[in-house]
Every structure is written in C-alpha cells, then in structure tokens.
Design a binder for this molecule. Structure first.
Ligand SMILES: [Zn+2]
Length: 352
C-alpha cells in the first residue's frame, strides 16, 4: 500500500483493524498452500501492506512511536497466528481429500484375474474321465503313509534294495511322504472285494535333485484292475487308448521288459513322441529316440494279492503308474518341469 500514512494512533488502530479483517477474508478463500503463501506475501511480506504501515511510524510524534511499534507487532502476531491456523486447516483438508480419493467406491476397479485350470490338473482330469467311462473309480489317499503301505505290502520287505531306489522323505522310523500312489492299491483291495478297478491320482515325493526333468514333488497317475481273467493285453489296450486321449489320435505304446517288486512281469511304458511323431530326427522332446517314457506297469505280483487276502490262483490284475508331469511336458511341449510350479499366470493361461 504505497503512500499509506497516518497522523495519529487512532488512525493506526483503524488501519490495523481493517488490515486484519482483509487478511482474514483473504485466508478464508485461500484453499491451498500456494494461495496462503500469496496472501502472506501481500499482507505480511517485506514489501507488503503491514511493512508499509510500519514505515509510516516515523510520521508520528516521537513519544507515540514505541506504543505504535507494539501495536503493529501485536497485529503481526495475531495475523501470523491466523495464518498458521488456516494452514493446518488447509493441510488436513488436503489429506482428507486424498483419503477420500483413495476409497472412491465409484472408481472403476481393475479387471480381476481369475486364474485358470492348471495343466497338470487338465492331464489328471482327462485321464480320470477316460478311466471313469470304462468303469473305474477315482480314489484319493493320504500323502503321508506308513512304510507298510508304501513298501511291505507291495512286496518290498525292509531289507529289500528297492526301498533305497525310492529316495524317500522319512517323517520318522516308519512314516514317510509317499513316493508313489501305490499305497492306495493296498488300501482299496483290503477294504473291497474284487473285482477292483481304480485310478489313483495324487502328489508324490522323492528326494530327486531338481532339474528340467525332475522334481522332489510330482503327480502320479496310478491304475489298478484286479478280476478273474485279466491279462497283459487288457493293460496294453487301455494304455494305448489313454495315450491317444491325452496326446493325440496317432499315439502308440511300447513295453520294455523291466523289474518292479510289486509286478511280475514288469515293463517300462513308452509312447511315441508327439512332437516328432516318432520320426526322431534331432527332436528336442525325445532326444532323437522317437519315444517318451511315461512310467512303469505290469501284472500285480502274487505276493501283493496274497497280502490283501486275494487268491492269486483265481484272480489276476494289472497296475501302472505314470508321471502326470511327464505327460504334461509332452502334451504341451514344455521344456522345463519347474515351469509347472513357478506360478507364472502368463505361462499357465497359455496352456489353459
Ligand atoms: Zn521326438
């Protein structure tokens, strides 16, 4: 306020009261820190209105100047307090506004990601459907089992070297994480009269070093058929049909002689490589062999049938155990088994 001047204390008081009132109105309309600062500069700043009043003190009689100086200082203090109160109010209002924006229930939500069926589950469900249509029941069992169900009842007595081959995770001296789903064969046969036709899918555990083809946790698909007159030809036909359902209409299977304590005779089961169709020239999936190993199979050992109280003279049966991951690797042309448990939704959705 250039040129402002006064000649008496009463006039000074009037000016200060007017300034205070105008400052108060300016603060009331200031809605953010920037406009508050502009008001402060205009009224309280070095070249502001109050500084102009202070400069005019010189025109007063000298004995009135100290009182005038005190009046002005009091006015500044009052205006600064007013400014501070308004600053707090504006800041808390800004916080409230920010908070209300964060919980704005009318704001459109990001699209929810629902996930997809896991490829291993697809394999298991398709296999179970195949067997259910042929009269098999799906059975599920515990993942922690006594060694009796994992080994003894399956013709693997305590001193049998085959126990070592399973590389088990032992919980204590007799309990272990099941290395195969075969305990469900024993549990089912002990609790049901023949004929038995089951498919037992589920998680299994072995102390395998983890690499692109192995993992300490995997899924097994196990099948068991026990009745009168069951023979190896039934098994081969069933498994060929399964491979065609899971991997393609032109799949074939081959059996290679092998040994398992719980089957006799026993076989490793391979199917033609679905990637190269068995032609096998520099194929990344089968390594050039033209075949993919799925697991083991065979005719149920007479000792196993005796263990559950079945008469091996009257009854016969076959069993097989396939790795669901091996089927999934071939089915979806995946190069690394670890991708199935990486929980990468982009990868899993591609296969859904
Ligand atoms: Zn191949």
């Amino acid at each position: 306020m250039p040129g402002f001047s006064f000649a008496a204390m009463s006039e000074l008081n009037e000016r200060l009261t007017d300034l205070h009132a105008r400052f108060e109105r300016a603060l009331e309309v200031a809605s953010d820190e920037r406009s508050l600062e502009a008001a402060r500069a205009q009224y309280l700043g070095r070249s502001g209105d109050l500084a102009a009043i202070r400069r005019s003190i010189g025109r007063l009689p000298s004995d009135e100047r100290p009182t005038a100086g005190k009046e002005i200082n009091d006015a500044v203090a009052a205006m600064e307090e007013l400014l501070e109160r308004r600053r707090v109010k504006v800041a808390s209002h800004a916080v409230e506004e920010a908070l209300s924006r964060r919980v704005d229930v009318t704001f459109p939500a990001p699209e929810a990601r629902l996930g997809s069926t896991h490829p291993i589950r697809h394999v298991i469900e398709d296999a179970c459907t195949y067997f259910e249509r042929r009269g098999f029941a799906v059975v599920l069992g515990p993942e922690v089992e006594p060694d009796y169900y994992n080994f003894d009842a399956l013709n693997i007595p305590p001193e049998h070297p085959a126990r070592e081959g399973f590389d088990s995770f032992w919980i204590d001296e007799t309990l272990l994480l099941r290395p195969h789903t075969s305990p469900m064969q024993i549990r089912t046969m002990q609790n049901h009269r023949p004929p038995i036709a089951i498919i037992a899918p589920g998680k299994c555990y072995r102390r395998d070093a983890v690499d692109a083809r192995h993992h300490f946790q995997f899924h097994q698909l196990e099948g068991l058929l026990v009745a009168e007159g069951v023979h190896f030809g039934h098994l081969k036909g069933m498994l060929a049909g399964l491979c065609r359902v899971l991997l393609g209409a032109h799949q074939s299977v081959r059996f290679r002689p092998s040994f398992f304590p719980f089957t006799e005779p026993s076989a490793e089961v391979d199917t033609t490589c679905p990637k190269c169709g068995g032609s096998a020239t520099a194929c990344s999936m089968c390594g050039g062999s033209g075949w993919i190993e799925l697991g083991g199979a065979g005719m149920v050992h007479a000792n196993v049938l005796r263990e559950v109280g079945y008469d091996p003279q009257r009854l016969s049966g076959w069993a097989f155990g396939f790795g669901a991951e091996r089927i999934a690797l071939a089915r979806y042309d995946v190069d690394d088994i670890r991708r199935f448990i990486d929980s990468d939704p982009d990868f899993l959705e591609q296969l859904a």
